[in-house]
Design a protein around this ligand. Structure first.
Ligand code: NAP
Length: 294
C-alpha cells in the first residue's frame, strides 16, 4: 500500500457492496493513500471477511446504519434493485458532511429511488457510473487498476451541491479514470445502446444455443469468435436482471431497433439479396475498424 498523503481526500470511506466495483474503488484509493479508513458493508460475512484479509477494507459491519457512522464518503455499490432498501436503511444515520454516491449501471431508476426516499434530491447525493468492469463478481475479482484509463460518468442534478460533485469527481480521478458529466436520460440511452443491448444479445445467443438438441457438439466446435462474443453472458444474472428492469424503456427501444435490423438481414438472406448482405457487413466492419485499433 502507498504512503498515506498528509491529508487524504477521504477520512472514512464506507463501501456498501464490497464486490468487483466497490472493492476495486477501495483498492485504488488505498493504493493512492487517499483514504484513511475503509469500512465495508454487505450481507455475506465470508465475502466481507475476505475483503479484510485482502486488505480491501479495514473492517466491516453487516448493518448499513452502523457501517456509515461518521463516514465522510459513502459509496453504494450494490445491484440496482438493492439501492433503495440500502439507502433507506442509512438516511438517518449519515454524518452531516457525508457525500453519498452510487455506481449503478442505470441512472434514472436510482434518481427515482432517491426521490422516493427523501421526497426530493438531496444536495449531498451524486449519481455515478464507472464504465469499467469484468464478467466476474465479488471482492476476490476486484483489482486496483480496474478504472485506469476508463471513463466514469457522473449525472449530477440541479440540486447537487458543487462541493459534493467535486469530491466524487476527485475520488474517481484518483483511480486513474476520466470523469465525464452527463444528463440522466442521456446516460441511460447511451448505455442501453453500448452496454445493455450487447448483454441481452450475448445472453440470448448463448441461451438459444444451449437449448438446442445438439448443443454439446455446437459448443465443442465453437471458435474464438464465439468465445469473444459470449464472454459477457457469464456476467452476474441478478445484476443484469436489475439493469433490464431499471432501464426498461430505453432498452426496449434498442431491442426493437436491433430486431428490425436483424429481420432486414434475414429478409436479405431469404431473398438472396447479396448486395444488401454485403453492404450491411461492410458498413459494420468500417464502423468497428474505426472504433478500436486492435
Ligand atoms: P458484485 O461484485 O456482485 O458486488 C455487489 C456487492 O453488493 C456484493 O459483494 C454483495 O455483497 C452486495 N450486495 C448485493 N445485494 C445486496 C443487498 N441487498 N444489500 C447489501 N449488499 C448487497 O457486483 P458489481 O459488479 O460490483 O456491481 C455492483 C454495482 O455496480 C451494480 O449496481 C452494477 O450495476 C454496477 N456496475 C457493475 C459493472 C460491472 O461490469 N460489473 C460496471 C459498472 C457498474 P453481499 O453478498 O455480501 O451482500
Amino acid at each position: 500500500m502507498a504512503e498515506m498523503t498528509a491529508q487524504p481526500l477521504i477520512r472514512r470511506l464506507c463501501v456498501i457492496g464490497v464486490g468487483l466495483i466497490g472493492g476495486s474503488l477501495a483498492r485504488a484509493l488505498r493504493e493512492k493513500g487517499e483514504v484513511a479508513e475503509v469500512v465495508g458493508c454487505g450481507r455475506n460475512q465470508d465475502n466481507l471477511r475476505a475483503a479484510v484479509e485482502l486488505g480491501v477494507v479495514d473492517r466491516y459491519d453487516t448493518d448499513p446504519a452502523r457501517a456509515v457512522a461518521d463516514a465522510d464518503m459513502v459509496v453504494v455499490a450494490v445491484p440496482l434493485g438493492a439501492i433503495e432498501p440500502v439507502v433507506r436503511a442509512i438516511v438517518s444515520h449519515l454524518a452531516a458532511e457525508a457525500v453519498i454516491t452510487d455506481v449503478g449501471s442505470a441512472k434514472g431508476s436510482v434518481v427515482a429511488d432517491i426521490e422516493r426516499i427523501y421526497g426530493r434530491i438531496p444536495a449531498n447525493f451524486v449519481p455515478g457510473h464507472p464504465i469499467a468492469g469484468t464478467e466476474k463478481s465479488g471482492v476476490e475479482a476486484s483489482f486496483a487498476t480496474l478504472f485506469q484509463k476508463r471513463r466514469v460518468i457522473l449525472t449530477p442534478l440541479a440540486e447537487t451541491a458543487a462541493s459534493a460533485h467535486q469530491r466524487v469527481k476527485r475520488m474517481w480521478e484518483l483511480t486513474g479514470a476520466e470523469v465525464i458529466d452527463m444528463g440522466v436520460r442521456h446516460h441511460d440511452a447511451v448505455l442501453a445502446a453500448t452496454s445493455h443491448l450487447p448483454h441481452m444479445l450475448a445472453y440470448t445467443l448463448v441461451d438459444t444455443l444451449a437449448r438446442l438438441d445438439d448443443r454439446a457438439e455446437i459448443f465443442r466446435y465453437a471458435a474464438g469468435g464465439f468465445r469473444d462474443f459470449s464472454r459477457i453472458a457469464s456476467s452476474d444474472p441478478k445484476m443484469w436482471h436489475d439493469i433490464c428492469v431499471a432501464n426498461r424503456e430505453q432498452l426496449l427501444e434498442m431491442i426493437a431497433l436491433f430486431g428490425a435490423d436483424l429481420e432486414r438481414l434475414a429478409a436479405a438472406i431469404r431473398n438472396d439479396d447479396r448486395a444488401a448482405i454485403l453492404n450491411t457487413f461492410e458498413r459494420a466492419k468500417r464502423a468497428r475498424d474505426n472504433l478500436y485499433l486492435d
